[in-house]
Design a protein around this ligand. Structure first.
Ligand code: SF4
Length: 316
């Protein structure tokens, strides 16, 4: 039986960013240096495949520092942690390695600097996301106000409208964030923003690539986890850019083949915490059913690379 033709527009960049790459390397190098078990507070990055893989190598994932013994190393996830977490690890004289992405740490420093200058911080982010909790936790409780939407801006109760600054989560939708920033600036004209966007290069590039391919496609699949903020944003960006069927899939097994019957073009991308092996698994699943032509759509090249912390670069 001949297979129907299908053009896959493959977004580039997609998948792992430098912060995720570094965080995974940190866990692997910690296992090498100290042996198993190495504890990891929270999913090191939001991807089940990655987490399962590291668990197989001897990493133990826990929710809180209290779940770790004093005498084993602990790693903090790429999303960042409130200040109280390393402080508690120090008090218990634990060995800890902070895998917070340097671009998240940059936002932490920004927030602290603004607070030192007497400004109250408004954080644009998603309530409950570990990155939001980590960034807000750089300052005493109540010092950082959270807004998620334009509507939230109207109800903000600030200390002094003339002494405000905003920071953002690194993985937000660029367009939605621009709307929230505009609402903040309209209500609080003196509000201070970041010198350079807090939304990171990887989020920006992946969203840009999706905007490029979405109008070409009958359907778009984003390989990523349901708890991955940047992956969910890629689905939204794809839908808004004109692709009527945009879905998140963790693996090939999640593909809804019924919904994709009769398509002639498909966009594929992957969130910053999704490994390429899963993208290939998805493409291979399409090759089984379609006569696939892959068209790589490259909208940017990335050469960002972050060093692992010194403690892991030193001899064991
Ligand atoms: S998505 Fe951006 S901020 Fe988050 S880990 Fe990757 S590079 Fe860092």
């Amino acid at each position: 039986m001949t297979k129907p033709p299908l053009t896959i527009h493959l977004a580039a960049p997609r998948g792992f960013c430098a912060g995720v790459d570094r965080a995974i390397k940190i866990v692997e190098m910690a296992l090498e240096k100290w042996g198993a078990p190495v504890f990891v507070r929270h999913e090191i990055v939001h991807n089940k495949f990655v987490v399962d893989n590291l668990r197989d190598q001897g990493a133990v994932f826990v929710e809180e520092l209290e779940d770790c013994p004093d005498d084993r190393p602990v790693i903090f996830s790429a999303h960042g942690v409130p200040k109280s977490v390393p402080a508690a690890a120090e008090a218990r004289q634990m060995i800890y390695v902070d895998a917070t992405c340097p671009l998240v740490s940059k936002v932490h420093i920004e927030a602290e600097r603004h607070a030192e200058n007497g400004l109250q911080i408004v954080m644009i982010g998603h309530a409950g996301h570990p990155e939001t909790i980590g960034t807000m936790g750089q300052l005493p409780a109540g010092d950082v106000l959270l807004v998620e939407t334009v509507e939230d801006v109207a109800t903000l109760d600030v200390r002094d409208p003339g002494k405000l600054a905003y920071v953002t989560q690194t993985t937000l939708s660029i367009d939605d964030t621009a709307d929230v920033v505009a609402a903040l600036q309209e209500r609080f004209p003196a509000i201070v923003g970041p010198h350079k966007e807090d939304i990171c290069y990887a989020t920006t590039n992946r969203q840009q690539a999706v905007k490029e391919i979405a109008p070409l496609c009958d359907a778009l699949l984003v390989v990523g986890a349901p708890n991955s903020s940047n992956s969910k944003r890629l689905v939204e960006v794809g839908a808004r850019a004109g692709c009527s069927y945009a879905q998140l899939v963790q693996r090939a097994g999640d593909i809804d083949w019924r919904a994709l019957e009769g398509i002639g073009s498909l966009g594929i991308t992957a969130g910053a915490s999704a490994p390429e092996v899963l993208v290939n698994e998805v493409i291979d699943a399409f090759r089984d059913r379609f006569d696939v032509t892959v068209n790589l759509v490259e909208t940017a090249q990335e050469r960002v690379n972050f060093k692992v912390p010194r403690v892991l670069r030193e001899e064991a």
